[in-house]
Design a binder for this molecule. Structure first.
Ligand code: ZN
Length: 381
């Protein structure tokens, strides 16, 4: 395992070192790049990638793997989304995270208030100054530009890990991950969101990229590390880097960004009881949730599925209040079935072509959903 480090300097002269590793297989094959830690409150990828690198070092594989677990070390140290190098960093001392104020920013620069270019995942291939720009320029040149597939690891606040996918062509690979749902964000991003790593990396013919969102920010959820390791190892089988068979425990669903289907908002205050978990399949008529009064303990409302679908977007709040979104029953399309071996593209030549010359991905008609209109509520990672 080769270690590569580069030192960067912020606007105050602070030195910040970024590390990546390169593992070379015994035979030639595609290049797979794994990046995590762009956002400083998202620690799952940064924590399990060093363990995965050690495991892969003991694995016989074809091709090349680049791994950068902590792309934004100064932000990870703050446990904050970005590293605001020109602001007063002492203000982080008064900051605590609560999902009741999810978008609060001590510097008034949160996602909902400002399109700050301190956000590393808005700087890829964009002109600009600052240590985030310097780091992404370097990582792009060194490990993203040559990669056939780039996997970017983030964390959201959710019940289970999920995927953000910007291009239909990525579904050829997404379905192998075993991550149960993939939100399809197929609209052309605005200039700000275009600096997203996945968009930049997969907006090139023959290159692929998507992100996995683990399910906790500002915390650790070690039980999800095996999910991340399995996703990478399954992708290596799909890419022909290792031999094996991929059999998923749960199906993988493509969820349209505008999520047609039922989206329930609570009508009452009370405790919520969900009878389904995220990505469970529901049939029309199933009881999905109920809300029970705090004082009388009577059931005030019940959510009954009006159609078949998967239960999605479950509220993380223990209590309901009027207009709080509770969950949806989404008409999703199954990308991969559970319990049966997935058909692996026999071999790729690293340029997105199978031996027969059939181009994999969108050009082969692998398109689960047509492009959806831009969803104003969508917040790309
Ligand atoms: Zn993120």
């Amino acid at each position: 395992m080769k270690t590569v480090r580069k030192e960067f300097t912020d606007c105050n002269g602070r030195k910040i070192t970024v590390t990546y590793w390169t593992l070379r297989g015994r035979r030639s094959g595609p290049t797979l790049t794994l990046i995590a830690g762009q956002h400083g409150m998202e620690h799952s990828g940064p924590c399990f990638l060093p363990e995965l690198a050690e495991e892969l070092e003991q694995t016989d594989f074809a091709g090349t793997i680049h791994i950068c677990p902590c792309a934004n070390p100064a932000a990870l140290e703050l446990d904050y989304e970005f590293y605001p190098e020109q602001e007063n960093l002492d203000m982080i001392k008064d900051y605590y995270y609560s999902y009741f104020r999810h978008y609060y920013c001590p510097w008034g620069l949160g996602r909902m208030e400002a399109m700050t270019l301190y956000n590393m995942n808005r700087t890829w291939n964009q002109p600009g100054n600052g240590v985030a720009f310097d780091i992404t320029r370097w990582l792009w040149r060194e490990i993203v530009k040559p990669a056939f597939l780039t996997l970017d690891l983030h964390c959201a606040q959710n019940r289970k890990p999920f995927i953000f996918n910007d291009f239909p062509k990525n579904n050829e690979w997404v379905r192998f991950t075993g991550i149960e749902s993939s939100v399809q964000c197929f609209h052309k991003p605005d200039a700000y969101a275009a600096g997203n790593l996945n968009y930049q990396a997969s907006n090139r013919p023959g290159h692929y990229s998507f992100c996995i969102e683990f399910s906790i920010q500002h915390g650790l959820k070690e039980e999800e590390y095996p999910i991340g390791k399995t996703a990478v190892k399954n992708l290596m089988v799909a890419l022909g880097m290792t031999k094996g068979t991929v059999v998923l425990k749960r199906p993988v669903w493509a969820v349209p960004e505008d999520q047609p289907g039922t989206c329930w908002k609570a009508k009452h205050a009370g405790h919520v009881r969900f009878f389904f978990d995220t990505c469970d399949e529901a049939k029309a008529g199933d009881r999905i949730f109920e809300v029970r009064d705090f004082q009388t303990l009577e059931v005030l409302e019940t959510g009954i599925a009006p159609h078949d679908g998967i239960v999605y977007g479950l509220s993380l709040h223990p209590t309901a209040k009027p207009d709080l979104p509770l969950c949806s029953v989404v008409k999703a399309e199954k990308l991969a079935e559970a319990g049966i071996p997935l058909e692996v593209p026999r071999k790729t030549n690293g340029r997105g072509l199978t031996p027969s010359g059939r181009r994999v991905g969108a050009a082969a008609g692998f398109n689960v959903f047509p492009a959806v209109r831009k969803n104003a509520g969508g917040i790309p990672d």
